[in-house]
Design a protein around this ligand. Sequence first.
Ligand code: CP
Length: 303
Amino acid sequence: MRHYLQFSDLSASEYAYLFERAALIKRKFKAYEKHQPLVDRTLAMIFEKASTRTRVSFEAGMYQLGGSVVHLTTGDSQLGRSEPIEDSARVISRMVDLVMIRTYGQDKIVRFAEYSRVPVINGLTNEFHPCQILADIFTYIEHRGSIQGKTVAWVGDGNNMANTWLQAAELLGFTVHVSTPTGYEVDQAVAGIARGESFKVFDDPMQACADADLVTTDVWTSMGFETENEARKKAFAEWCVDADMMRVAKPDALFMHCLPAHRGEEVQADVIDGPQSVVWDEAENRLHVQKALMEFLLLGRLA
Ligand code: CP
């Protein structure tokens, strides 16, 4: 049994398989061709934080694969009334085939997985967002081919997205240029990066974007950090992806954002709504890559 708790849980060869499989599943979806390898399988989705893309993509994806979905939140289950995570994991995993969790600390999802009889997928924690980076890299490949040897500029918070980009770079052989305000740097220990050779740190976000193949960012205040909102707005004022940053990147550079976005804060409207932006493909691809992931975790590699 395999879990998907962080990006480094799969190998480069497994990612190569998943990207090919996601492309096939997407082609079938676009052609209205049924692809239902998970008939009679059930996915439990546990949300302790809000979601639009993760909820819709996992729920629609599981139905499209022939399975069904149970949706739980902290407020409408015993999870919100202090039932131990270990007990919840034991019970839920006796009734379903797969569990997706969006929660706060990575330790919670690790504990759940430890006591689960079925695969567990990270739908976002404070530390990682592997399903999003899976979609982002698939989107890059669709538009530009292999990401190996390329440069990704990360502008903004050293958050769960940044940590996951660093894991992906180490595994798949590309470089991340990271520029964050002081006090919001990526923590290499949290990211779980062994060597630190696949990322470079820049004080100036313009320098991070120079010659980048992909420029990407995220909100200044992630879910769970709302009390820091005003302080972050001041600290991050210079870390707004704008046309000047895109101009110093490669001429064919792409722009990505995991969404939801705040135009005028972490990105200017003319960038996210401009010709280099692929954010709508990126959002849609959550559906296709996660269908490939769920199929892989339950059935392994298929011909
Ligand atoms: N990008 C992302 O995970 O979106 P949601 O928070 O809407 O699920």
